[in-house]
Write a protein that binds this ligand. Sequence first.
Ligand code: SAH
Ligand code: SF4
Length: 359
Amino acid sequence: MNQTITAKSTCVTDLTTAQIKELLQFLGEPVYRAKQLQEWLYQKLASSFDEMTNLPRSFREKLAEKANLHSLAVAHEVYDPDGTVKTLFTLADGKTIESALMPYPGSEGHARYTVCASTQVGCPVRCAFCATGQQGFERNLTPGEIIDQVLYYARRLRPTEDSVSNVVFMGMGEPMANYDNLWQAIEMLNAPEGFGLGARHMTISTSGIIPMIERLSKEKLQVGLAISLHAPDDSLRDQLVPINKKYPLKELIQAVRDYFTATGRRPSFEYTLFEGINDSLPQARALVHLVQGMNCHVNLIPANSTPDSRFRPPTPEAALAFENELKRLHLNYTVRVRRGLQINAGCGQLRSRLLDNRR
Ligand code: SAH
Ligand code: SF4
């Protein structure tokens, strides 16, 4: 018997369908109950084993003894006037992560909701401008901890008959540095017996871990890829995104081109504008040159200020001039609307603020 299944600390969302079946066998239950259990978990969004009324009481009791239903507890929550909800969760070992829910206008009076999920506690990449990067790395999230962030918001939205329409792995951590757990979570979020979210509605954002981009290009699921570029040349990117020293731009861009050739899926690039650092017109031209000929999309994002005042958003004039230069050179780009500005919704910023307050 697999140890993860017999340990009480197991969370049911940590289990693949095959592992749930193993657990059922271990508990002496018929295998068809896997489908019933997953329906309660991922479609009916049960908040307790007790609710699962078509499962025999004795089975529910055994389940509750062997496994937990949730891996996250809400520690703190803040709301922005733009509708963004930012949640700080405590994990079973007391560590904290943050996630966000962002509404976007939809059709027929219903908004569309994007969940921004974390994949690690802290982050090993340590980008200079990023609040999470400054917190250092603690550990990878388990598949269940990743899934439970999505289920938490899905449960919250249910009373208004809204649902989660997109998931972006752009919260704390480097998703590609926790590939196995992330992929297990993505498979369950996508599976018809799981949460049933289309793969195209999920996007992995990465600082550029080339071997994992290659791995992603071999996957069958059509999950989206976003690359956090932020600089058009190696000397600047080495300073902003230190993993660039290991995976420099020329190789990274080639890996993204190969990803497109292999999958036919259009990648996107994130370019956060920092005043006086990467917002000049020559840099705009270098950016266009870098991705020339690639079928891709660039998202321009004004910086979320961190306590380190070196990284400020550009002046409106500089941002507009940068944008106009991209337009003039026919680059396919969008300016990302800033969300949750009043609630420290930048990656890891709420957690940073709360950690600082505690000190
Ligand atoms: N580690 C992954 C995903 C999480 S970060 C990555 O780096 O892609 C999600 C996005 O937020 C990345 O594009 C990251 O560069 C950006 N980001 C981090 N700190 C920021 C800040 N202070 N202002 C604007 N964007 C920031
Ligand atoms: Fe990690 Fe992404 Fe933050 Fe860089 S920007 S430190 S990769 S979470």
